[in-house]
Every structure is written in structure tokens, then in C-alpha cells.
Design a protein around this ligand. Structure first.
Ligand code: DX5
Ligand code: ZN
Length: 220
């Protein structure tokens, strides 16, 4: 299979040693760094703010793939852009005017992503696909790491792949939640090119990170 890009979710890292953890996954072959931002309102968990992203920026040159699970979201775009985000992904349910939110992200000079919850149809993308740089298909309900992959999302990945190919633009298709070496292959076969992995990257501690990432790429 073509090797996907791997974007380890630092939600599964040791938060007491976050800078070291980011350096370790960078050295172990991570392509992007996935940052899960949760507000305790849009999702039932509270995690990382722009200050942490800013502090981590010095620890790696890899792109920061910032997944915003916050509502309302528009007021946070500037802070995460200033903190060093490269890709900013939002959920259409997080504000009343998602098209405007996408325009705002692009006006900040960042790549814009749209994330689809498990119950959100691919059709949501009809009038956004020509504007965005990334689609993030959630294969768990957002809020926590370590959940099981929801197999019905494979059909959605296939549908989104078709939309992207039809659009004829470079749009990444990323999958997030319950991705391990087995589900990684299913996602890539369905058309994904970027995989988020929290538990599957960080399991076993730093000496396992390179092997874990290689296994996710299908090289293990
Ligand atoms: C869930 C987050 C995911 C999560 C992935 O809301 O968006 O990025 O941390 O964790 P795993 O890979 O453990 O399912
Ligand atoms: Zn995420």
C-alpha cells in the first residue's frame, strides 16, 4: 500500500514531558503533530490551549495539525495561528457559518480542514470541497483517546475520496480515532492519506515509537 502520513495525537503523550515527547515522535518518523484541542463544551473533555502549542513550537519543525473541538470556534483561530498551527481543522457543528470559518483560516495563511463526526454525512462537504485543504473523518466520537474504531466510517472515507478526486484539487483525507496497524490499512485502502494515531503511537513508551509509527505506515 502507499504509505500514509502519520500524525501522532499528543493526547496520548506524557503531559508532564510534552516537549520531550514531541521531539521523540519527530525523531521516530512522525510526519505531522496532531494537537487535540477540547473545550469541555463541544466535547466532554478539556485539553490544550494555544499557550501549549506556542511552547511546543520550538521543539519540532514538523507541521502542527491542530484539531479544534471547541464551540464557538471563530474566536480561537487567530490565537492558534499565532501559536504556530499549520493546519487548522474545525467541525461544521462548532459554529453557524462554517464557510466563513474556512475563509478566516485561509486568510490567516493556514491550511483549512473540516472534520466530520461519525454521524455527519460526507454530503456536508458539497459546498466546501473546493475551498478546503483537508477532510478529517472521525472514526470515533470526539472527546477521548483510546476508543474503538467505528467500521461504518470506512464507507464515508471511500465517499470522501471520490469527492476529492472529482474536485481535482490536492485535499488531504485524514482519519482520526481507533487507528492501529490493522485499521490503518483499511483506511488507506478506502482512500485515506493521513492517519492520526494516539494510543497506537505512544504505546510501550519512547523506545517503541519508531516501530509503532513504521507499523502504522505499513512498513513494520
Ligand atoms: C479524539 C481525538 C483523537 C484521539 C485519537 O477526540 O480527536 O485525535 O486522540 O486517539 P486514539 O488514536 O487513541 O484513538
Ligand atoms: Zn483529533
Amino acid at each position: 500500500m502507499t504509505s500514509p502520513l502519520i500524525s501522532p495525537s499528543i493526547l496520548s503523550a506524557d503531559f508532564a514531558r510534552l516537549g520531550e515527547e514531541v521531539r521523540a515522535i519527530d525523531a521516530a518518523g512522525a510526519d505531522w503533530i496532531h494537537v487535540d484541542v477540547m473545550d469541555g463544551h463541544f466535547v466532554p473533555n478539556l485539553t490544550i490551549g494555544p499557550g501549549v502549542v506556542k511552547a511546543l513550537r520550538a521543539h519540532t519543525d514538523k507541521p502542527f495539525d491542530v484539531h479544534l473541538m471547541v464551540s464557538p470556534v471563530d474566536t480561537w483561530l487567530q490565537s492558534f495561528a499565532d501559536a504556530g498551527a499549520d493546519v487548522i481543522t474545525v467541525h461544521p457543528e462548532a459554529g453557524p457559518h462554517v464557510h466563513r470559518t474556512v475563509q478566516a483560516i485561509k486568510a490567516l495563511g493556514k491550511k483549512a480542514g473540516i472534520s466530520l463526526n461519525p454521524a455527519t454525512p460526507a454530503k456536508m462537504l458539497d459546498y466546501l470541497i473546493d475551498e478546503i485543504d483537508l477532510v478529517l473523518v472521525m472514526s470515533v466520537n470526539p472527546g477521548f483517546g483510546g476508543q474503538s474504531f467505528i467500521a461504518s466510517q470506512l464507507r464515508k472515507i471511500e465517499a470522501v475520496r471520490k469527492m476529492i478526486d472529482r474536485a481535482g484539487r490536492p485535499v488531504h483525507l485524514e482519519v482520526d480515532g481507533g487507528v492501529d496497524a490493522v485499521t490503518a490499512r483499511q483506511c488507506v485502502d478506502a482512500g485515506a492519506d493521513v492517519l492520526v494515531a494516539g494510543s497506537a503511537t505512544f504505546k510501550g513508551g519512547p523506545e517503541r515509537y519508531a516501530a509503532n509509527i513504521a507499523a502504522l505506515k505499513g512498513l513494520g
